[in-house]
Ligand binder design. Sequence first.
Ligand SMILES: Cc1cc2nc3c(=O)[nH]c(=O)nc-3n(C[C@H](O)[C@H](O)[C@H](O)COP(=O)(O)OP(=O)(O)OC[C@H]3O[C@@H](n4cnc5c(N)ncnc54)[C@H](O)[C@@H]3O)c2cc1C
Length: 399
Amino acid sequence: MDFAIPAAIAEDLARFKDFIKAYIIPSLPSWNRQRGLPPAFFHHMGEGGWFSLNFKDGRLTRESALKEVLVAEALAAVSPGVAIAALAHIDLGLMGMFLFGSQDHHRTYGPDAVRGKTVMCLGNTENIAGSDVAGISMTAEKIDGGWVLNGTKAYVTNGYIADLGVITAVSDPDAARNSRLSMYLVDLNTEGVSRKKLNKQVWIPSDLTRLKLDNVFVPDDHLLGIRGRGLQQVLEIFTNSRVPISALTLGGAVGAFNLAVNHMQKRKIFGKKIINYQAKAFEISDYYAKIESARLMLWKACWDFDQADDFRQAASMAKYLAVEIARQVTVWAADIFGAASVVHEHPIHKYPMDTWGASLGEGTQDVQKLIIFREFMKRWRVNADRLPHQTKSRLVPDP
Ligand SMILES: Cc1cc2nc3c(=O)[nH]c(=O)nc-3n(C[C@H](O)[C@H](O)[C@H](O)COP(=O)(O)OP(=O)(O)OC[C@H]3O[C@@H](n4cnc5c(N)ncnc54)[C@H](O)[C@@H]3O)c2cc1C
């Protein structure tokens, strides 16, 4: 097993860290004040090649998962709120088009989206249904030449700025629960779309928006994937985006940890630097080991993905562990700063709050446990005499 980061990815990562220093860090105070990201952020990310989807030979293509998670972790170490905007654009919105869009969708919308010239989002959650995806109520009524969508998506990251949305709606209300939904590519600058930015306290400066669709017409060729498969399709998007959101969560833990360790080396209490109290040094050991273990699980999920192995369980375990560990590390790190940590403008303040956001996106901890258990039992049944993790299944069958 080789844990070395391939040279090309290591070089890209070094360039990305320079980009963070030169562009992201100086811009953060103003983005945070405005509680929003300018179009230029998406342009620079796209032009630098920092999104994990590319456009090549007339199609969207996907990069190595390892590179994607290293980029997401580095960005989130500085600002989980900036990282989530990139993730929602690429791994939620564009991912829907990558996985389920036609060649025409790829050709028409792909190039501008990967360059960050158009921004995307995914609208699934409603007030009445989040974890229970099949319980949504937005309607899609079939008419000549297309569909008419009505309803409200309650929590949409990038919903305030997105040009295109991947939206789930009930197309077949009388069908079985798992075949009632379809997925649509919706032009959000069209008549009937209204947006309300919510006043949230996590993942600043990204926006969280209520998206209302009032008799919005969607042409037939904007159905994504297969009619009636919207539930399965949106769950597949979440499986994929669980890998980068684990990296984002881990990045938040790393960012908070680094700030705390720096502070411990400077701040003197009762004549001694905090780091020189052994009780505190042991806390560093404890959290450092936990961060490393979360990263190993995440890299395992990337490995499974890059080998085209079934990465569903690994992705959920990566998310579950990243959130558990980030919850501990970020609160600990804030505590190291004492009272200063409660002040909104203090750099450490955002990290515990952002872990809260990360615990919800792409499924709560309970949802991760449901998936881990379901996958565990599948493997256990097939191979009860071996440890379940020794059994491999492939997402893409061997040729
Ligand atoms: C900052 C932020 C950004 C978001 N961005 C987006 C976005 O871009 N697009 C989008 O569509 N959604 C988005 N969401 C919504 C997010 O995906 C949902 O909040 C999440 O799926 C949980 O759904 P819910 O809030 O309805 O909670 P609920 O589903 O109502 O869950 C409530 C509680 O019940 C528990 N629970 C649920 N099911 C089970 C079960 N089977 N067994 C035991 N316990 C269970 C949950 O773990 C949780 O503790 C965002 C949310 C936040 C906070």
